[in-house]
Design a protein around this ligand. Structure first.
Ligand code: HEM
Ligand code: HEM
Length: 196
């Protein structure tokens, strides 16, 4: 029996780690595509298609992780604890639940048939909630993970944060540049008028 629960423990951890890596990869691919920083070797569409797959897989592995955590009797989770954070099980798990709901909503609203019915701005706003959700997911992994104090785990988390920061910065610089360009193009007619 003990061997069985050890297996569940390993599987819970490994699916959690894979889900976390996939979530960060989705973020990196998403920002790289949106910033049009995809280079010339591969088409922008390749980045988007892979992003969509990575996002879907994140939710898949999160589901498996949750199911395994539930089946692992040592973890002592009730079915409702998978979906509702509570003081009884604590926020270390609660953060994971919050991240799960955000990933679920982000993925479901991105299914082509649903997305077509949503205004672009609303879809985008919902989609961007995935960025803080990745942070919340990292807090969950750090607070609950059995490996959280292991050096490889901390280096892994730091490495993932580092990987995410580069495309995020490129995207933010791109947004700032296009805002500046838009502002100066609206000023242009006024300046031209003054010169006339
Ligand atoms: C864990 C799941 C996901 C995360 C963390 C995520 C994250 C992101 C991020 C950070 C961006 C860049 C947004 C921006 O800079 O404006 C993005 C863009 C995008 N994502 Fe996701 N995403 C996820 C799942 C999905 C799924 C499942 C789909 C589709 C089935 C999808 C479709 C898109 C599309 C179409 C864009 C491009 C938006 C644009 O620039 O026009 N995402 N995503
Ligand atoms: C996006 C959502 C989630 C991600 C990416 C995620 C990821 C992780 C990671 C990376 C770990 C650390 C594994 C280790 O120690 O090496 C972990 C542990 C754990 N997670 Fe999650 N998690 C998520 C949501 C949830 C949810 C919703 C639950 C249950 C309600 C949950 C239950 C657990 C449990 C019980 C552990 C401890 C496993 C152990 O070390 O004994 N997680 N998770």
């Amino acid at each position: 029996m003990r061997a069985m629960s050890e297996w569940m423990w390993y599987l819970t951890r490994s699916t959690g780690i894979v889900a976390a890596v996939l979530a960060v990869a989705s973020l990196v691919w998403g920002f790289t595509f949106s910033a049009r920083n995809t280079g010339r070797r591969l088409k922008a569409n390749w980045w988007l298609a892979l992003h969509n797959w990575l996002g879907g897989l994140t939710l898949g592995f999160t589901g498996a992780h949750m199911l395994l955590a539930f089946l692992d009797t040592q973890a002592g989770l009730r079915f409702i604890d998978l979906f509702v954070p509570s003081g009884q099980v604590g926020w270390a798990i609660g953060w994971g639940v919050v991240a799960f709901w955000v990933f679920a909503v982000v993925t479901l609203t991105s299914i082509a048939r649903v997305r077509r019915r949503l205004p672009r701005k609303a879809w985008h706003l919902v989609h961007l909630v995935s960025v803080p959700a990745v942070l919340v997911m990292a807090i969950h992994a750090y607070q609950i993970g059995s490996d959280a104090l292991a050096r490889w785990f901390l280096w892994g988390l730091a490495g993932l944060a580092g990987l995410a920061i580069y495309p995020l910065s490129v995207r933010l610089l791109g947004v700032a540049a296009s805002r500046r360009a838009a502002a100066s193009s609206t000023r242009l007619p006024a300046r031209q008028r003054a010169a006339a």
